[in-house]
Design a protein around this ligand. Structure first.
Ligand code: ADP
Length: 618
């Protein structure tokens, strides 16, 4: 502490001043204060600054103390004026500010290094300090901001409430986010634009009292991402609702349509049978047209059903041994009328059977979709369908038309949902067929490709592995329990054991000792879901039974498994056109796998859903 008289000469000094400056007290008395701090007296007696809260006192920056040994130090000086015996005296407290300056420097550097824009304000709401991030975020320079009310950084609409919030903050200053009550916060840039902000407040103790550090973060990107996520969620929800609706609507539509289809078909049959009351060719043609329209409607509904089923990832394949050539030929037969109507010439090249392990209903769907597209977009030009076995154990189906073709840039797009390259006024369709085909092909671990040239036509090629990599589950599903199974075998021991084992697993069994007995049972109304058939039997053997079964429309579709110890039983099964075979001695795993495959499908009611367009017409 040093006391100066009205001339600025030292009146007194304390011991600490002696040690700080290195002068003994008596050497200082009567000397000018300039000896200690240049400019001290001038600064202490300058006219009061109106912005200073306490005009009689003051602290001065950028004054330096000068020690006796010639060294300097940044001086922190607080002065106050007193009057004694009519004279005005100046009392100055002088502190070595070296350490504090270092700390301040560190603080500033820390402030600059902070990732957020930091604005330090005093209790009156004036900006004291800002970092470079503030300049970048708000577009003001530091000089423009320091000393300004913080409201310059806040949109006008908050100006009336902000001072109240600030006062509250300084009453209980602690680190907390601003806008805790859910208030949306915004920053105002120099150019007048706003941005959504996240603001964290922290108190900072300083000589000038408590200040507030305000860390401001621009959350435009995060808000945008949040909005994006919420939009996505809503879109997904809308898709789910749509798919649910499609699923319900198509199920509802399917039921009356099936009745309509059966009635139309039955009307045609009755009219043909009742030769004494013929319907007349004109009426039959009308009915046939009606029937074709129903089939078309039915196939559109099937596509919608598949859309929701496949989107939900519910494509379950019911694989069995299948000849792709025969299946293709059968599907082509179903297109007979349409082919005739459009006048396109369809040629099938499928000389040899191509056996594989696939889901028959789904394979039919692939063929149906490709052929109906070829007819639709082929515009009456010839169509070639080819089935072959190619390298690497793969079957190949290709469908070629010479119609409108597809531009190369659209070739991938057509396999997506609802993607259509044509106007719906010109060509009907939902844009789902090829998407469904691709899903089925991929579920079979196969591939689909297209070659095409606009105006020259297209070739769609499907490759399918002949063998499935995965096996159906070994255990029968509970849903199959209670299903009725028939065994036709002349060996009483096999019959007894079979019945016992199969009943133990919860199925019902009916056994017959030869083909004739089995036929009698079936004709009297016994309806098994699956028939196991021995080949060599007295009275009526397996071959004869199979021939008789084929003659009975209501039994023709009951799946039959040939059971035999004979070599080449697989070949025999092929020639009999049955669903499969079991080699004696019977492996229980294989037996239950077959029951599982055929009985589950029927017990779950899938036959109904699977009534492919045209099945009833065959
Ligand atoms: P849809 O035929 O119901 O529109 P698809 O999924 O079967 O739906 O086909 C998608 C689109 O691919 C069709 O709208 C059509 O533009 C194009 N496309 C499909 N097959 C052929 C083809 N054989 N020739 C030319 N374009 C085709």
């Amino acid at each position: 502490m040093v006391i100066l008289d009205s001339e600025g000469l030292v009146l007194d000094a304390n011991e600490r001043l002696e040690s700080l400056f290195g002068y003994p007290r008596d050497q200082l008395l009567g000397k000018s204060a300039e000896l200690l701090v240049s400019g001290l007296f001038r600064a202490a007696n300058a006219p009061p600054d109106p912005s200073q809260t306490r005009p009689n006192t003051g602290s001065f920056a950028e004054l330096y103390g000068l020690r006796r040994d010639g060294t300097q130090f940044p001086a922190e000086i607080s002065v106050s004026q007193i009057r004694r015996s009519g004279e005005s005296l100046t009392i100055a407290a002088i502190r070595d500010g070296t350490t504090r300056q270092k700390v301040d420097e560190k603080f500033r550097r820390l402030l600059e290094a902070a990732p957020d824009a930091m604005v330090i304000i005093d209790q009156a709401g004036h900006i004291q300090l800002v970092n470079a991030q503030v300049e970048a975020l708000f577009g003001y320079s530091k000089q423009e901001l320091v000393g300004q009310p913080v409201e310059v950084l806040i949109p006008q609409r908050y100006h009336s409430i902000h001072p109240g919030h600030r006062t509250n903050y300084f009453l209980q200053p602690r680190t907390r986010p601003m806008g805790a009550g859910g208030l949306a916060l915004f920053g105002l840039r120099k150019d007048g634009t706003e941005f959504p902000a996240e603001i964290l407040l922290s108190p900072l103790e300083s000589e000038a009292g408590t200040l507030a550090i305000t860390a401001v973060r621009d959350v435009t990107d995060r808000k945008r991402a949040e909005e994006e996520r919420s939009r996505l969620f809503q879109a997904e929800e809308a898709i789910r609702v749509r798919d649910d609706f499609l699923s319900i609507a198509s199920h509802e539509l399917k039921t009356p349509l099936t009745t309509l289809q059966m009635q139309a078909e039955s009307a045609i049959r009755v009219s043909i049978r009742q030769s004494n009351h013929p319907m007349g060719p004109a009426l039959i043609r009308k009915l046939e047209d009606m029937f074709a329209a129903i089939r078309r409607l039915s196939s559109l509904i099937d596509q919608l059903l598949d859309l929701s089923r496949l989107t939900a990832g519910k494509l379950s394949l019911q694989k069995e041994r299948l000849d792709l050539s025969a299946t293709t030929a059968e599907v082509l037969r179903q297109f007979r009328d349409e082919v005739e109507r459009t006048g396109c010439n369809v040629r099938l090249l499928a000389e040899t059977p191509v056996w594989g392990f696939w889901d028959p209903f789904r394979i039919e769907q692939i063929i149906t979709n490709l052929i109906s597209n070829a007819i639709k977009y082929g515009q009456g030009t010839p169509i070639e369908v080819m089935v072959t076995e190619v390298a690497d154990g793969r079957a190949r189906l290709s469908v070629r038309d010479h119609g409108i073709g597809i531009a190369s840039e659209h070739r991938d797009r057509i396999f997506e949902r609802f993607e259509r390259l044509v106007s719906s006024r010109q060509y009907g369709g939902l844009g789902l067929g090829l998407w469904i085909v691709r899903q089925i092909v991929e579920a079979h671990h196969g591939s689909i490709t297209v070659w095409s040239q606009p105006g020259a036509g297209s070739i769609f090629t499907v490759d399918l592995p002949l063998e499935a990599s995965e096996q159906p589950s070994l255990k029968p599903q509970p849903a199959a329990k209670g299903a009725l199974i028939m065994l036709v075998d002349d060996d009483p021991m096999i019959r007894n054991t079979f019945c016992e084992v199969v009943q133990d697993e919860g199925f019902n069994v009916v056994a017959a000792s030869n083909g004739r007995d089995a036929l009698r049972l079936l004709q009297s109304g016994t309806r098994p879901q699956l028939i196991f058939l021995d080949l060599m039997m007295p009275e009526m053997d397996g071959w004869e039974f199979r021939a008789e079964q084929q003659k009975l429309p209501e039994l023709r579709h009951t799946p039959v498994i040939v059971v035999s110890a004979a070599d080449g039983v697989d070949k025999i099964a092929d020639t009999l056109g049955v669903a499969g075979y079991l080699k004696k001695p019977i492996q229980l795993d294989s037996l239950f796998r077959l029951i599982d495959r055929y009985c589950v499908a029927q017990a779950k009611g899938q036959e109904h859903e699977r009534s492919a367009p045209g099945t009833l017409a065959n």
